[in-house]
Design a protein around this ligand. Structure first.
Ligand code: HEM
Length: 322
């Protein structure tokens, strides 16, 4: 399904984005307004109708396909079940979940990849060298090379390391579990914390910057993903969890890592991106004594649609074609 929303108006994407703006997660003024807005249910219902109007015929089109041998997507493999009137609703519900959940997480990671690379010219130079080696220096052929031989995406260790290091420093999400009787947390001193009646929040963004787990924790060091076991930078087992872990972990994680590699492969050699927070602050009269950085970081994470994931001001930057 192609929405072409970057070049054409898209009713579906407009409805999806508006739907996200009605979500609320924390007690921020915008979320409180969303939660108590008298017409919230109506807006949510209307956005849903718009998305369903587009999705359902597409799903039915897929169901009508006879030749499944050429099927390329999970959706195409679903057998229509006429005895189950809820099947269409269930499939479209899953599709909407995928799109909603994969939107902010992916776009903020893309933004932060460029932010990190703009601050680390050596890392960027290495990305470009690796892409030249794997895909050749003719940029116009890169997309075709990937299409014809997707396994080239497995030959980009430095690009993968950039993605992981960005996800470590700027983790877009986390999760919450409902505490239950018999499931207790234990702190370093051995004290027990029963979880029954509580929500337990697993926020990887916090322990991804814990210096006890990560030497030089606040530095962007993609090489930590390439060193051998035994090296002090070698990531400790289980400490990197941007997709969390366990049976309900992110089902889009393999997909998104491939997507991010393709994104870098097709853009990193064509554009230079330069963060320009100074210029932005000047334009908007933000004086330097105001809170403009967090531990020296101008692009610290702020609330996106419902996670703490977007760079401040959505990363003001100048993009030039090389
Ligand atoms: C950088 C991008 C992404 C990050 C960091 C991320 C992270 C996460 C996290 C932390 C969870 C919660 C897991 C848990 O509760 O244990 C999650 C769940 C989920 N993610 Fe992602 N995600 C990303 C992209 C995507 C994409 C692109 C898709 C879909 C195409 C997707 C689909 C899902 C779904 C369906 C769930 C719910 C799984 C369940 O409840 O069983 N994610 N993701």
């Amino acid at each position: 399904m192609k929405f072409k929303s970057q070049t054409e108006p898209s009713e579906f994407i407009d409805a999806l984005l508006d739907q996200l703006s009605w979500m609320y997660a924390v007690a921020l003024p915008t979320h409180v307004v969303a939660a108590f807005h008298p017409f919230r249910s109506w807006y949510v219902w209307r956005n849903n109708q718009k998305m369903e109007k587009l999705l359902r015929p597409k799903i039915q089109e897929r169901f009508a396909m006879k030749n499944l041998s050429s099927a390329k997507t999970v959706l195409e493999h679903i057998e229509p079940d006429s005895s189950n009137p809820k099947q269409l609703e269930a499939v479209s519900g899953h599709l909407k979940t995928m799109m909603a959940i994969g939107y902010d997480t992916t776009s903020s990671t893309m933004t932060y990849i460029f932010y990190c690379l703009s601050k680390n010219p050596t890392a960027l130079r290495k990305v470009r060298l690796e892409l030249d080696e794997v895909l050749g220096t003719d940029l116009t052929k890169a997309a075709n090379t990937i299409r014809e031989s997707p396994k080239v995406l497995n030959e980009m260790p430095w690009v993968s390391a950039i993605i992981k290091e960005t996800l470590r420093l700027y983790t877009p999400g986390g999760t919450v579990r409902q505490g239950i009787s018999g499931f207790d947390l234990v702190d370093a001193a051995g004290r027990l914390f029963p979880t029954e009646g509580c929500y337990v929040s697993d926020n990887p963004g916090v322990y991804h910057r814990d210096p006890q787990l990560w030497p030089r924790a606040n530095e962007f060091l993609p090489e930590r993903w390439l060193v051998a076991p035994g090296d002090e930078l070698f990531p400790p087992a289980g400490a990197f969890r941007p997709f969390v872990a366990g049976p309900r972990n992110c089902i889009g994680q393999e997909f998104v890592q491939e997507e991010l590699k393709i994104f870098l492969a097709l853009t990193a050699r064509e554009f230079d991106v330069k963060a320009c927070y100074d210029e932005w602050d000047q334009m908007h009269g933000i004086s330097p004594d105001k809170f403009t950085d967090f531990m020296g970081d101008r692009g610290y994470q702020i609330l996106g649609s419902c996670h703490l994931d977007s760079p401040r001001e959505r990363l003001p930057c100048r993009i030039t074609v090389r």
